[in-house]
Ligand binder design. Structure first.
Ligand code: AMP
Ligand code: TRP
Length: 343
């Protein structure tokens, strides 16, 4: 519906992204999201990152676990290189403008748009009647997260592409309905070798914290032996590695491991294959586990250290929320005025 629509040049560049504190960060979250957040912050663009706790409760969350997971996710951001001074780091429920704009967007978005969302269909499963209303409305809250900051760029993994297209549709419909050019048409940033990290057990499924098999994923808190064991047991095929990317086309498991190597080492897939083409997996897998341990173990150690000081994490979130409100409040106020609400 939004194909060919340009982003709005009148808006200053601003990055926004969010992750659900629904427990456990994987290598997919790191390569598809966290690592790239740190890169975008370091390019000097104003960056806002959010623990989307209100999204997390669209499926049941134990309250104590939610608190712990929100702190752990915050620690994961910081340990991955997101600096809470340079960037704004906060949790969604502390900035009420998200919920307020989400309600307006619930009245802009159409039922049919929501029904087409593959994440809704996957998460609700066969029993849609029993899913929460929040799960259905999830993408309107996500659009609100982004647009309440007039964010222009949203770095995410491939799985969020459809939600970002819906965000553009909501912005376009709002602007048209009210005859304004108020919300920017946001640009999805789905880039790099690891926009879709796949399960280590099945190259057709994405690596996910909700997969029942722990062997299918690398968790950011796994120790060196666990990482090495999971990579050793990762599914592959019997052939040697090719020397060019096109040799990986029909080899999803091999392609996944090479993509992970490329993303971890900041190389392109072709550069990696120039080095490792012709090698057997018995030789490549130990190289990959050494690299994964080298990159992930300082992060998991830093996460553990930060988790010893939950009060400091909470203070960082409160300070981030204050800075976020300073941007979001004027935008939600203006939105209410556009809609015709007396302020
Ligand atoms: P979630 O954990 O579902 O809240 O996802 C948080 C961020 O991590 C989003 O930007 C996702 O697109 C990204 N992400 C999650 N799993 C993967 C994966 N297997 N590969 C690449 N990116 C992912
Ligand atoms: N839906 C995203 C996910 O599951 C999380 C999210 C919520 C998000 N709000 C967002 C991502 C805003 C980017 C921008 O991964």
């Amino acid at each position: 519906m939004t194909e060919g629509v340009q982003t709005s040049p009148a808006f200053t560049p601003r990055v926004f992204s969010g992750i659900q504190p629904s427990g456990g960060l994987t290598l997919g979250n790191y390569l598809g999201a966290l690592k790239r957040f740190a890169d975008s912050q370091n390019k000097g663009v104003e960056s806002i990152f959010c623990m989307v706790d209100m999204h997390a409760i669209t499926v049941w969350q134990d309250p104590d676990a939610l608190r712990r997971q929100t702190r752990e996710l915050t620690a994961g951001f910081i340990a991955s290189g997101v600096d809470p001074e340079k960037s704004i780091l906060f949790n969604q429920s502390q900035v009420s403008a998200h919920a307020e704009l989400a309600w307006i967007f619930n009245c802009v978005a159409r039922m049919g748009w929501m029904q087409r969302m593959t994440q809704w269909k996957d998460k609700a499963g066969k029993n849609q009647q029993n899913a929460s209303l929040g799960l259905f409305a999830y993408p309107a809250l996500m659009a609100a997260d982004i647009l309440v900051y007039h964010a222009t760029e949203v770095p995410v993994g491939e799985d969020q592409k459809q939600h970002l297209e819906l965000t553009r549709d909501i912005a376009i419909k709002f602007n048209n309905d009210f005859g304004v050019d108020f919300f920017p048409i946001t640009e999805p940033k789905i880039e790099g070798a690891a926009t879709r990290v796949m399960s280590l057990r099945d190259g057709s499924k994405k690596m996910s914290k909700s997969d029942p098999s722990d062997m299918s994923r690398i968790n950011m808190t796994d120790d060196a032996d666990t990482i090495a064991n999971k990579i050793r047991k990762a599914r592959t095929d019997p052939d040697a590695l090719p020397s060019e990317a096109k040799g990986l086309e029909d080899r999803p498991e091999a392609r996944n491991l090479v993509n992970i190597y490329a993303a971890l080492s900041d190389m392109t897939v072709d550069q990696v294959l120039t080095d490792v083409g012709g090698k057997q997996f018995s030789e490549f897998k130990p190289m990959l586990s050494d690299l994964a341990v080298e990159k992930l173990s300082p992060i998991s150690m830093e996460m553990a250290r930060l988790m010893e000081h939950p009060d400091e994490i909470d203070a960082i979130l409160r300070r981030g929320a204050e800075r976020a409100r300073a941007i979001a409040n004027p935008i939600i106020e203006r939105t209410f005025e556009i809609v015709g609400m007396i302020r």
